[in-house]
Design a protein around this ligand. Structure first.
Ligand SMILES: [Zn+2]
Length: 249
């Protein structure tokens, strides 16, 4: 049987709580729901943690959210030793919002970095404290210059929004995707493009993650390190705060 879940986080990145009904409890304890605001790990962004509130007020802590066999399946992993909810039970979902918001800020910062460094991305991992983006690039670049360029984009407070387009629209207008370093995930019928700037003047690239809605929300960030990973690869590490904050800590 195929159970479908409504992934509310795809429509509203700021939804931190919602109601849901249990559609399955897996052998390993994993919980599936009819709808969820919990983001499931993918595209370098870790899935949400938080808790489910039961009718009697008790809580089921959720330590991980991941996809199942396909992206249409979302499994919420409870902490060990928790009581299992029953099929059809109604729950109130609460994501760990401070953590998710940091991930949204960091994820958006990764997009801004790919605007400043328009090289093919070979890997990325969004973290609460630090994110890394690997580029296929051979040249050396000054990290403070990159930080200054990043903060210029943050301070300009460009809008960040999602535009859904169909595979056919994309095929007809390949120019819609401004970042050439990420291949659109076609084949699912529609693609979500994350656009930065009015009329995506700064950037647009396919991405299914969660982002803030204005670049100013990213706040102070800086490039802590640029590591050389072979002749044609550079690993950038983004951290929150200013370089001065870091030096002081
Ligand atoms: Zn993204």
């Amino acid at each position: 049987m195929i159970r479908t879940v409504t992934a509310l986080f795809r429509e509203d990145f700021y939804l931190s709580t919602c109601e849901a009904s249990v559609t399955a409890v897996l052998e390993d304890g994993g919980i599936e729901l009819d709808q969820t605001c919990f983001y499931a790990t993918s595209g370098g962004q870790p899935g949400d943690t938080g808790f489910f509130e039961r009718k009697d007020g008790s809580r089921i802590p959720i330590v991980e959210t991941r996809h199942g066999a396909t992206k249409d399946v979302i499994v919420h992993v409870p902490a060990d030793g928790q009581a299992r909810p029953t099929l059809g039970e109604k729950l109130v979902l609460h994501i760990d919002w401070p953590r998710r918001y940091r991930l949204m800020r960091m994820h958006t910062a990764c997009h801004l970095l790919s605007v400043i460094c328009p090289y093919p991305v070979t890997g990325a991992a969004v973290g609460e404290e630090e994110s890394r983006v690997d580029f296929d690039m051979g040249e050396t670049i000054d990290k403070d210059e990159v930080t200054a360029a990043l903060m210029k984009l943050v301070d300009a407070n460009h809008p960040v929004y999602v535009q859904w387009i169909t595979d056919d629209e994309l095929a007809a207008n390949p120019g819609i995707v401004k970042s050439k370093n990420v291949r659109p995930p076609i084949g699912m019928g529609r693609v979500s493009l994350v656009c930065i700037g009015e009329d995506s003047s700064i950037d647009s690239q396919p991405c299914g993650g969660t982002h803030v809605s204005e670049t100013q929300e990213v706040g102070a960030i800086h490039i802590a390190k640029i590591e050389k990973k072979g002749k044609e690869n550079r690993r950038f590490r983004i951290r929150f705060g200013t370089p001065e904050d870091r030096a002081a800590s």
